[in-house]
Design a protein around this ligand. Sequence first.
Ligand code: ADP
Ligand code: MG
Length: 289
Amino acid sequence: ATPVAILVGTGRGAQLGILITGPDALEAAERIDTVVLDKTGTLTSGEMTVSDLTPLQGTDAAEFTRVIGSLERASEHPVARAISALTADHAPVTGFAGIAGRGVTGTVDGHDVFAGRPAFAVEIVGGLPEEAAAAVASAEASGATTVVAGWDGAVRGVVAVSDLVRADSAQTVARLRSEGLRIILLTGDNPGAARAAASAAGIDEVIAGVLPEAKVAEIARLQAEGGRVAMVGDGVNDAAALATADLGIAMGGGTDAAMHASDIALAGQGLTPVLTALSLSRRTMRTIR
Ligand code: ADP
Ligand code: MG
């Protein structure tokens, strides 16, 4: 039989917008010693805007934003939403494919279009033109997320996108640390963007440039070293890592994939509910013993 305290704890959680899947989640939450945070949409708001746009020589800026904006309208990634908002002139997309943590491809206006992390563009076209490489380097140095895009086998431009660390991130990180927890930022984004967000939130351990399958491997590595790991994420690209962690916590407003993979799903905004979820779990488990 389920102890009454667990029913009370999960019921209290539900009232607070903290959806706990069951007794195992409460038990895991009490025992964790490491908190791994995703960046975009978890530590940051995920409401991204384009901070710099560099169409390469010979590429018309209006055509670039129309083609790329049309392709990205088919994606739900925060980066995609920012790029899609660059134009009101969206063309239809056929053959759309999203590759988690990498980028997107599809056909727009008869062109075979791609947009994604710089390494994704390199896989498609074989290398970055010097002009694009310079734009990527300067965007990453400024702490931006970078997208390299083009069509028909050529890079046509670079887009720098950024968002802000959530208002409650630094305070939440400080509180978690004061409870003795080890805090790590784990992101698919580039090291420059990762470090900028980490320093704004007061995090000193950063693992950046990580593909979704490598996020899982990082969680497993921390566990193999004896860590009892909570992972907090929001994206499709976080789902496998959330499932692998001892405790998966899905952010409010995150993707369905993240919610389904998690042990605790948050309904509210921001990172503060993570603190509430952990303290509620501890109190509940203490009541049982
Ligand atoms: P994070 O771990 O910060 O949530 P992701 O793993 O989702 O980041 O994405 C890693 C990188 O892949 C992004 O920073 C971006 O450069 C690229 N990317 C992912 N999805 C898209 C997309 N829809 N369009 C363009 N680039 C994308
Ligand atoms: Mg994310």
